[in-house]
Design a protein around this ligand. Structure first.
Ligand SMILES: [Zn+2]
Length: 296
């Protein structure tokens, strides 16, 4: 939880800790951003994105993480994040439930990505897709972010993989993906290195695209687009659907199509936001079954 609203990695690390004495010598840092966790925000309470603070002095949370990373000659670093549901593998209409990235390293010799880091990224993705063959798998945006921890670790010579877990259809609370990631970490604990085929798998993964929409609501005549949204306000967690208006002429991959009667459509589209509880209480069968899969 370097980002306070991305709890899946925390749950997976709890599973690794609960599995007993590990084979490898891990250092786990489950919580990096306590003030952001309280607010359920990406940034800290003072508005800083800790994953853009790898090469500066402060804030204290980032300094502590840098200190941990440099405390031992680590071989592998996994940077566990969550991604929003707008991400989907290019060319498919399901959310990316897992995206991986071996970040670029810039050294005086030039820019490179260690093959073994790509192998580990590919192994994590293959391992998840063996468990959940119907989910979406992608490679995260491989733009170079100099201030990010992944790039910095890779340049320190630690093999680094950024893991971005996402939602799956029916798993908007990310419960299942957290369990699977925990099992994968337990399996990884026993491994020395990834297979050669994992590198090839990583290279073949489609890139993430960022224009997916969770729900298309239709009454036969009119249509509207809705995205999954979660937030904490006044210390209460809320999630639900918020209306989105795609840009003119844009191609919009839709994960779910829900048909409803004209009357109901009119009521639903009179507002821009619905919590999952409100949807469950008032809406059509299609929306109710969707709302049942959303966190309460
Ligand atoms: Zn993140």
């Amino acid at each position: 939880m370097m980002h306070g609203n991305e709890p899946t990695g925390f749950a997976a690390l709890c599973a690794l800790m609960a599995a007993g004495e590990p084979h490898s010598d891990w250092t786990l840092v489950p919580l990096v951003n306590p003030t952001g966790i309280d607010l359920f925000t990406r940034c800290t309470a003072s508005g800083l994105d800790l994953n853009r603070c790898a090469r500066r002095s402060g804030p204290r949370e980032a300094d502590l993480l840098k200190h941990v990373i440099q405390s031992k000659p680590f071989r592998l670093a996994l940077n566990l994040h969550d991604q929003r549901s707008l991400f989907h593998p290019t060319g498919s209409s399901i959310p990316s439930s897992l995206s991986v990235l071996a970040p670029r390293a810039r050294t005086p010799q030039g820019e490179s990505v260690p093959a073994e880091a790509q192998g580990w990224a590919g192994w994590i993705s293959t391992s998840m897709s063996r468990r959940e063959p119907n989910w979406g798998y992608a490679r995260f945006d491989d733009q170079y972010y100099p201030e990010a921890f992944g790039e910095w670790c890779q340049e320190l010579g630690i093999l680094t993989v950024t893991v971005e877990t996402g939602v799956a259809i029916g798993d908007y609370a990310r419960t299942r993906v957290a369990q699977q990631l925990g099992d994968i970490l337990i399996e990884l604990d026993q491994m020395e290195r990834p297979q050669a085929s994992s590198f090839t798998h990583y290279q073949a993964l489609p890139f993430n695209a960022a224009n997916g929409v969770d729900v298309l609501l239709s009454d036969g005549d009119s249509e509207s687009y809705w995205k999954f949204e979660e937030e904490v306000q006044d210390r209460a967690y809320r999630c639900g659907l918020a209306r989105v208006i795609p840009s003119e002429g844009a191609e919009v991959p839709v994960y779910h199509r829900v048909e409803c009667a004209p009357d109901e459509y009119r009521i639903l589209t009179a507002r821009d936001r619905w919590t999952s509880v409100e949807l469950y209480a008032s809406a059509s069968e299609g929306l109710r079954s969707l709302a049942a899969g959303l966190p309460k």
